[in-house]
Design a protein around this ligand. Structure first.
Ligand code: SRM
Ligand code: SF4
Length: 535
């Protein structure tokens, strides 16, 4: 158990209920809950422990649960997509799905009596929801064009799957890692553009070549003869929370791809056994690193590994601007293409999901991928089928060439389903972007991220313009408002944006954003652009 969690008096209420009954124990009680109904359930089981199997009680829509899947590297098959579509379809207007900011999917409208059947269906097609919420490792992100991109440095798919298998016992649940002090995020970048936002993860691996001096193959602590050798520099401690946001810092470690799983295990064991558990606002990995210093943390990871870590490579290979993958691109496989479709704010309905599955099967190889921008990629479309693919009516709504604000819009769940939300986000974000695109012309995409509260699930700190929900006062009334963040840089030299303006009422936001877009991002009023064009 942890240094700080040895006395029950210092335990917060979450630690207490975890000590009473492990969250994973809920796996064996699903049939019972289905028969009992949500109203009769023990509240801690319903509101908290169910999250260990990815089932989230929604106080905003009681009785209609959310289910969070795990999608290693954001990849699923058309068959799996159809199963997800069938699940939400049965709930009519209550059923829909959201692509998340971790390359993942969440289903809405779920009734507890259907859980046994849903889990059976998931099991049959290799889908799992296990350990996707609460004090577990979230969906592990990898490069969305892994294995497709001619310029990639490392195909992240297999590694991400191996880490998930280790953490979740191949999707069945693993009590070794089901009681962390807090949530934990892992990402692996495989390309040069940092498509996973490595810097905002508790543990991230970024491509880096190392010049070696000794023999290869004698373990993590050995130097190598060949040079340069591919591996990853390791970053630790990145996180967002309501009280504090930090970019990840270097662990001063470089690891071979084959050692990544062992390093993940070692870092998680250190966090599990020593991470602070008294105050949930101070329980993420960075708080332990603060307490110990990064050298002590690194030494403890080495001790768990049973080997020394090599120092970090002098530089990593993230030297591109971040790509959004919207559009059609040649793959490294001759004659094949991938198409990135913009899914406005990540929202999908059953008929969309069936249609995406069909397109992936008819034109591609049946594979579908998600990006952290809440969009999809359909890979393996042959040159000969591309023209017909582009005439498909779904592409009118899920465009490969959307407006320059629409294409980069990201939004968290917000007040429609999330009880933490201070504002409605997704619908408001769509309406705002439509209005701005009607009035302005742009030369470049501007990345606008909405998040409904300071928890920052919509990552406003990585955006060009980040909008964080708040309550604000105007004319003696409390209104929905936003704090505005700017300066988030992604890809090469990524760094976090900061709050520049507080408490703008949402009803007054459009002219404020218009002004920011004109002054900072080269947008022009359409009227003005026409006049210039006429000169
Ligand atoms: Fe999040 C809690 C939604 C990505 C930071 N997040 C929640 C809950 C579970 C709260 C709740 O029970 O209602 C939200 C569920 C709402 C719902 O019904 O959908 C929620 N988070 C989301 C998603 C769906 C936002 C989205 O629309 O894409 C994302 C799901 C990712 C996934 O597939 O697992 C999501 N959340 C994030 C991210 C972004 C990321 O990982 O890159 C962050 C910031 C990064 C980080 O965690 O360091 C994030 N979520 C939080 C926090 C603040 C954590 C903290 O340390 O304080 C909470 C609150 C908490 O954990 O206590 C939270
Ligand atoms: Fe909910 Fe807040 Fe996360 Fe948005 S940022 S999903 S409102 S917890």
């Amino acid at each position: 158990m942890t240094d700080t969690a040895t006395t029950t008096t210092s335990l917060n209420k979450f630690e207490k209920f975890k000590a009473q009954k492990d969250g994973l124990a809920i796996r064996d009680e699903i049939e019972k809950f289905a028969a009992l109904g949500w109203e009769a359930m023990d509240e801690t089981d319903r509101d908290h422990r169910l999250k260990w199997v990815g089932v989230f009680f929604r106080p905003v829509t009681p009785g209609k649960f959310m289910m969070r899947l795990r999608m290693p590297n954001g990849i699923l098959t058309s068959n799996q997509m159809r199963v997800l579509a069938q699940v939400v379809q049965r709930y009519g207007d209550d059923g829909c799905a959201d692509i998340t900011t971790r390359q993942n999917i969440q289903l809405r409208g779920i009734r507890i009596e259907d859980l046994p059947d849903i889990f059976n269906r998931f099991h049959a097609v290799g889908l799992t929801t296990v350990q996707s919420g609460m004090d577990n490792v979230r969906n592990i992100t990898g490069d969305p064009v892994a294995g497709l991109d001619a310029d990639e440095l490392y195909d992240t798919r297999e590694l991400v799957q191996q880490i998930q298998d280790m953490l979740t016992n191949k999707g069945e649940g693993n009590p070794e890692f089901s009681n962390l002090p807090r949530k934990f995020n892992i990402a692996i970048a495989g390309g040069r553009d940092n498509s996973v936002h490595a810097e905002i993860n508790d543990l991230a691996f970024v491509p880096a070549f190392k010049e070696g001096t000794g023999d290869r193959g004698q373990g993590i602590g050995q130097e190598f003869s060949q040079s340069p050798i591919f591996g990853f520099n390791v970053l630790v401690g990145g996180f967002f929370s309501a009280k504090r946001c930090e970019a990840a810092i270097p662990l001063n470690a470089w690891v071979l791809p084959e050692d990544v799983v062992a390093v993940c295990r070692a870092v998680l064991e250190v966090f599990r056994d020593h991470g602070p558990r008294a105050n949930r606002q101070k329980s993420r990995l960075m708080w332990l690193i603060d307490e110990w210093g990064v050298e002590k943390f690194r030494a403890e990871v080495e001790s768990r590994l049973g080997e020394l870590l090599l120092p970090a490579a002098a530089k990593d290979e993230i030297d591109w601007e971040k790509r959004d993958h919207i559009g059609v691109y040649k793959q490294k496989q001759p004659g094949l293409n991938y198409a990135g479709l913009n899914i406005p704010v990540g929202r999908l309905y059953a008929e969309d999901m069936f249609e995406i599955a069909r397109l992936a099967e008819v034109y591609g190889s049946g594979e579908i991928r998600f990006t952290v921008e809440q969009n999809i990629v359909i890979p393996n479309i042959s040159d000969s089928r591309l023209a017909t693919f582009l005439t498909e009516s779904l592409l009118e709504r899920f465009s490969i060439d959307p407006g320059l604000l629409t294409r980069s819009l990201v939004s968290c769940t917000g007040a429609q389903f999330c009880n933490f939300a201070l504002i409605e986000t997704k619908n408001r974000a769509l309406a705002m972007i439509k209005a701005l695109e009607e009035d302005l012309t742009f030369t470049n995409p501007v990345r606008i991220h909405w998040t409904g509260c300071p928890n920052s699930c919509g990552q406003p700190q990585v955006a060009d313009i980040g909008l964080m929900g708040t309550k604000t006062r105007k004319n003696g009334k409390t209104l929905e408002g936003v704090d505005i963040y700017m300066g988030g840089k992604v890809g090469k030299d990524a760094h976090l944006g900061t709050c520049v303006t507080k408490g703008i009422p949402c009803e007054d936001l459009q002219p404020v954003l218009q002004d920011l877009l004109i002054k900072n991002f080269g947008a022009k009023l359409k009227q003005e652009a026409l006049l210039v064009g006429n000169c």
